[in-house]
Write a protein that binds this ligand. Structure first.
Ligand code: HEC
Length: 155
């Protein structure tokens, strides 16, 4: 008796096991996903215009650009983009105030790209705006930096 019927329940057991295992696998993934959504919601709460595409996995160029802006640019241009970073005091001319709407209107994305990679000298501006030659072959990162600079002009 036992050997005859044994195969059927065994198959059911195997099926159940598979279902159980995929549920186990899915659970942590869903947790991660939900947590990221929560973080994203918190981050974008103040401005409804924040692009949803920034999550769940921020593209590498965007986060690279954010780091560069904080580490390299902010010391002159300031956290607030107004050209008042800790290294700005002794500079003449002053670092550009990115929040200046007139300036934002007067310049092109191409010029900003050129300034970032080639420095102020590349567009006839001050050499105190340093070049970033390592970004020459990272156009996606430069584009994100342009977006960051442009982002200060909206207010
Ligand atoms: C050592 C200080 C310093 C650092 C670091 C610096 N800048 Fe500048 N930046 C300047 C100065 C000074 C000017 C003004 C040049 C002028 O008006 O001739 C300027 C101007 C600019 C301009 C405006 C150019 C124009 O058309 O008037 C942009 C855009 C800019 N910087 C972007 C950046 C970005 C992005 C970074 C970081 C990758 C950065 N800067 C890092 C000093 C700095």
């Amino acid at each position: 008796m036992i050997p005859l019927h044994a195969s059927e329940p065994a198959a059911h057991d195997a099926e159940r096991m598979v279902g159980f295992r995929s549920a186990l696998l899915a659970a942590p993934l869903m947790l991660v996903f939900c947590n990221e959504n929560k973080a994203e919601n918190k981050a974008s709460a103040p401005s409804a215009s924040a692009p949803a595409s920034a999550a769940p996995s921020a593209p590498a160029p965007a986060s690279a650009a954010k780091d560069i802006a904080r580490v390299r640019c902010a010391m002159c241009h300031g956290e607030s983009g107004q050209g008042n970073g800790p290294s700005a005091a002794t500079l003449n001319p002053k670092p550009r105030d990115w929040t200046n709407k007139e300036w934002q209107k007067s310049t092109s994305d191409a010029d900003i790209r050129s300034v970032i990679v080639g420095g102020g000298g590349s567009v006839g501006k001050s050499l105190l705006m340093p070049p970033n030659p390592d970004l020459k072959d990272k156009p996606a990162v430069v584009d994100e930096l342009v977006k960051i600079v442009r982002g200060y002009g909206g207010k």
